[in-house]
Ligand binder design. Structure first.
Ligand code: PLP
Length: 397
């Protein structure tokens, strides 16, 4: 079976480097925060062109912590796209906010900026655009609207490590950005991991506080800032600042072990993304003229990083079954639009509210895409899809 994604091949390619990085951490005895985490935070911030980085436990926590640091509280509304991984909307609810969905566009499947202003209320605090599949959202339009209404913008860049928009890296395009290092992501750890990036010192300090139970100097900063008080002189005596708590936070740190592995992998990211683009180009060329199959659309200002390569097909079930018989795996990202998830029933959305997101949920199909995909496998995928198309056309469609 040719898989949609595969993380073992990448490990095999740089096994020695990764083993050494992992062993260094094991021998060091420094497993929580410390130099390895600082080093990766610095390298990733530099790579993305951003001042501050905060390594956290996973991408979902990154979003929740970023929302809290942006001041989202109980009852606040946060606007996001109806098409994303569940965690985008879950994080809004997790901090007490209410997700307000807008549809995505029919060509890129990214948040449709032209729909945002219709749903802004006095409770709206922030917007979360998602760089879906590795293509950056319409950031200039979104930032302009946010500025006009005094809203914060949080990039969900979980699928976009190394992607860029108008020459600037995903992660540097808004007030704050969130990444996931889930193993299959473009930059993947050997377990869970996440990162928050920002140029805003106030957001940075609050994220630093929130990832360690709202404790220490950063916790105090957040507490007194929110109260509107002048900062007080802190006196922890002979005790550790981490045992002084000021806000309710999280236990969510990027593991030193994951940080070391990610530092070792980061130098390869551009090369890997380049290979993803080569594969995408071959797929595009092969499928662009097949009726009933639509290739992904990339806006000119974007440098895509193809976390996944998604085709729109008329008969998805038949298409997937056919490929499976030919030994080719496919995936669906994602089968349920967020506004139709059962858990959000109480928000009152119904089928038909977000036609583009719903169309993608029914017709989108991801085919194998990862840098270590071999040429023979790419050819096999192309041939199978062309044969499928020929067979379907022959059956008098
Ligand atoms: C993967 C992903 C997340 C969540 O990241 P985790 O590290 O799995 O918590 C959030 N948003 C999007 C768009 C994702 O793809």
């Amino acid at each position: 079976m040719i898989p949609v994604m595969n993380v073992s091949r990448q490990y095999a390619l740089i096994e020695d480097t990764l083993d050494k990085a992992a062993l260094d951490v094991l021998h060091s005895g420094q497993y929580i925060l410390g130099n390895k985490v600082l080093e990766f935070e610095h390298s990733f911030a530099r790579y993305c062109g951003v001042k501050y980085a905060i390594g956290v436990g996973n991408g979902t926590d990154a979003l929740a912590i970023a929302l809290r640091a942006c001041g989202v509280e109980e009852g606040d509304e946060v606007i996001t796209s109806a098409m994303s991984f569940f965690a985008t909307a879950e994080s809004i609810t997790a901090v007490g906010g209410k997700p307000v969905f807008v549809d995505c566009t029919s060509d890129t499947y990214l948040l449709d900026a032209s729909l945002i202003e219709d749903v802004i209320t006095e409770k709206t605090k922030a917007i979360i655009p998602i760089h879906l599949y590795g293509q950056c959202a319409d950031m200039d339009a979104i930032n302009k609207i946010a500025h006009r209404h005094n809203l914060k913008v949080i990039e969900d860049a979980a699928q976009a490590a190394g992607s860029s928009y108008k020459g600037c890296k995903a992660g540097s395009l808004a007030d704050v950005a969130c990444f996931s290092f889930f193993p299959t992501k473009n930059l993947g750890a050997a377990g869970d991991g996440g990162m928050i990036l920002t140029n805003d010192e106030t957001i940075y300090k609050q994220c630093m506080a929130l990832r360690v139970h709202g404790s220490g100097e950063n916790g105090a900063f957040m507490y007194y800032m929110r109260k509107g008080d002048a900062p007080v002189e802190l006196d922890f005596g002979d005790n550790l600042p981490k045992y002084y708590n000021y806000v309710i936070g999280y236990n969510s740190r990027l593991d030193a072990l994951q940080a070391a592995l990610l530092t070792a992998k980061l130098p390869y990211l551009d090369e890997w993304n380049k290979r993803r683009n080569e594969i995408a180009k071959r797929y595009d060329d092969a499928f662009c003229n097949l009726s009933g199959i639509k290739i992904p659309f990339t806006r000119v200002e974007n440098n895509h990083c193809y976390y996944v390569y998604v085709l729109l097909v008329d008969d998805r079930n038949d298409f997937r079954k056919y490929l499976e018989q030919k030994g080719i795996a496919t995936g669906v990202y994602f089968p349920v639009a967020l506004h139709l998830q059962t858990v959000f029933e109480n928000l009152g959305y119904k089928v038909g509210d977000m036609p583009n997101a719903e169309y993608l949920a029914e017709h989108g199909v991801a085919i194998p895409m990862f840098p270590e995909l071999m040429d023979a496998e790419i050819e096999a995928v192309i041939e199978a899809i062309k044969n499928y198309h020929a067979e379907v056309s022959c059956h008098g469609k």
